[in-house]
Design a protein around this ligand. Structure first.
Ligand code: 5GP
Ligand code: MG
Length: 172
């Protein structure tokens, strides 16, 4: 059972606001939005269509969950599609900031790859979960420490297609 936490219309309004901020901040800059697959897929598609300045899109895959669990495991990063970001202003895009390990690691990787600057944007940030000191530069919503699905976020690869963000209740 999934209980709606953030309705579709609220997500869309907030994503449009983030788009306007990003647009203002990156005027005249060589922006590359690097989306972290698979969770940020829907956010990426919605966000870039609210931004009217030139930008490039690139993808990196990272996962720290193994199948049907809601606790993080080893972080696996697949950079085989990773772009040439040298001389580019990189905006890393993820669905949710939880412990912070994923984003902190990828910020370092982008800097190592020669990015001019690296900032981060997330749709959601969970309160009281951070293990690594990292503040996202753009944040859609802060949410309580619950396991959420929908709008790209999965449980065992299901539920990504839900148009809202909801709390997954695994009790029968
Ligand atoms: P971090 O490295 O910050 O702990 O974890 C970030 C990643 O963990 C996110 O990109 C996301 O894939 C996954 N994650 C963290 N919390 C949740 C959650 O509540 N629901 C889902 N579906 N994934 C989560
Ligand atoms: Mg993810």
């Amino acid at each position: 059972m999934v209980e709606i936490l953030i309705p579709e219309a609220e997500i869309h309004a907030r994503v449009a606001e983030l788009g306007r901020q990003i647009e203002a901040d990156y005027q005249g800059k060589p922006l590359t939005i690097v989306a972290i697959l698979t969770g940020s897929l829907i956010l990426l598609a919605d966000l870039i269509r609210t931004i009217q300045i030139p930008l490039r899109v690139a993808l990196i895959q990272a996962s720290s969950y193994k199948g049907a669990t809601t606790t993080a495991g080893v972080l696996i990063i697949n950079e085989s599609f990773a772009p040439d970001v040298s001389g580019r202003d990189v905006l890393l895009l993820d669905d949710i900031l939880d412990t912070g390990h994923t984003l902190a690691t990828l910020v370092r990787r982008m800097a190592d790859r020669g990015a001019l600057s690296v900032r981060t944007a997330v749709l959601l940030q969970k309160v009281g979960r951070q293990e690594v000191k990292i503040e996202p530069d753009y944040r859609g919503f802060t949410i309580p420490d619950k396991f959420v699905v929908g709008y790209g976020l999965d449980y065992d690869d299901d539920y990504r297609h839900l148009p809202y963000v909801g709390v997954l209740n695994l009790e029968p």
